[in-house]
Ligand binder design. Structure first.
Ligand code: SF4
Length: 353
């Protein structure tokens, strides 16, 4: 069962409590390049991104926040490192949430000033502890990065917020080590009911990053821990959203779009299933679907008809042709060369687009 957390409002999105688990990403454009940043955020929106973060590394970036916000439709989070004054300026410039890193924001007094600014702007703060930038004194105390050390850093900064009666906070305990990440989130989740943003940081490219994130985020979500997620990937940011949504879907959350089921192929396969699945996936990435559709693409008649029948739309391969199923019923045979266009038109029909 999902752990009950406090609800926090980020722009027009509510997280925590019983609100849906939000999928986040972060742009990799220069934030001050408004056109490029807005363009990437709009692509992320189309991919299903609920909340987006941009880096605010200098005043130029902070000053572009208002213009960026005019053109986007999802909440904008400002990522701050080292310079607390940028956080204050961002709060004054219309950002929807500030992310600070206890490892480099500069201690209690500077954090207190950021809290004041966020209180005034009525925006939340994410306290983002990161195993790669833990405070020096904590590192010294524990000799290396540990879950206890990460939790100590978090407890200290939550304390700074609570001393100022500021409870509009979201917590994250990211690490590139999956086990350390899981342990750290579990520790902090046992102590507080503030919403948690989950992520395995510096997780790697699309392949290894998706796997590490699925393990880390998936285990925590399965235990009821987590209110927002980000799959960090070196590569196309839209893939972060795709991976995040697949993780949620795998755990039984209703996520709009196509859930693609496909068999691994074997010696029985007499169609080019890999090519068909990859092409179909590419085509589906271009379509926005506002309902959940299961599509089964199967190589042959062994498990094929079974899976194909269970799905909304299914195909089971024969020799250079497929048997098409719709809602459990055999519809007709389709030649292999026509299968992509037939599947796309069937999907569009169910989706009403
Ligand atoms: S569905 Fe058929 S082709 Fe696909 S793996 Fe199973 S037996 Fe092989």
């Amino acid at each position: 069962m999902r752990r009950k957390t406090k609800t926090v409002k980020i722009g027009n999105v509510l997280i925590g409590g019983e609100n849906p688990i939000a999928v986040q990403s972060m742009t990799n454009t220069f934030t001050e390049d408004v056109e490029a940043t807005v363009g990437q955020i709009l692509e992320l929106e189309d991919a299903g991104c609920d909340i987006v973060r941009v880096t605010l590394k200098d005043m130029k970036a902070v000053e572009s926040v208002r213009e960026i916000k005019k053109h986007i439709h999802i909440p904008l989070i400002g990522d701050i490192h080292f310079d607390f004054e940028l956080a204050i300026a961002a709060a004054e410039n219309g950002i929807d949430k500030i992310r600070i890193n206890p490892g480099n924001i500069g201690g209690k007094d500077k954090t207190r000033q950021v809290i004041e600014a966020c209180k005034k702007a009525l925006i939340p703060i994410r306290i983002g502890v990161n195993s790669g930038s833990l405070e020096k004194d904590i590192l010294k105390k524990y000799d290396k990065v540990t879950a206890d050390g990460m939790a100590e850093s978090m407890v200290k900064y939550i304390g700074y917020c609570e001393e100022e009666n500021f409870s509009d906070i979201v917590l994250s305990m990211k690490s590139s080590e999956v086990l350390l990440m899981i342990e750290s989130y579990k520790k902090i989740s046992a102590l507080y009911d503030y919403p948690l943003h989950l992520g395995v940081t510096e997780a790697g490219n699309v392949f290894s990053g998706s796997i590490k994130s699925s393990v880390g985020i998936g285990i925590l979500l399965y235990e009821g821990i987590g209110d927002t997620i980000r799959v960090s990937l070196t590569g196309d940011v839209k893939k972060e959203i795709k991976a995040g949504r697949i993780i949620l879907r795998s755990l039984g959350y209703k996520i709009n779009g196509v859930n693609l089921i496909s068999c691994p192929t074997c010696g029985r396969t007499r169609v080019n299933l890999e090519k068909i699945v990859n092409t179909l996936e590419e085509e589906l990435d271009r379509i926005k679907i506002n309902t959940c559709i299961n599509v089964a693409v199967m190589g042959c008649a062994v498990n094929g008809p079974g899976e194909a029948r269970e799905a909304d739309i299914g195909i089971a391969g024969g020799i250079s042709e497929f048997l098409l199923f719709k809602k459990g019923q055999i519809i007709r045979k389709v030649p292999e060369k026509d299968i992509i266009s037939v599947l796309l038109s069937e999907i569009s029909e169910i989706a009403g687009i």
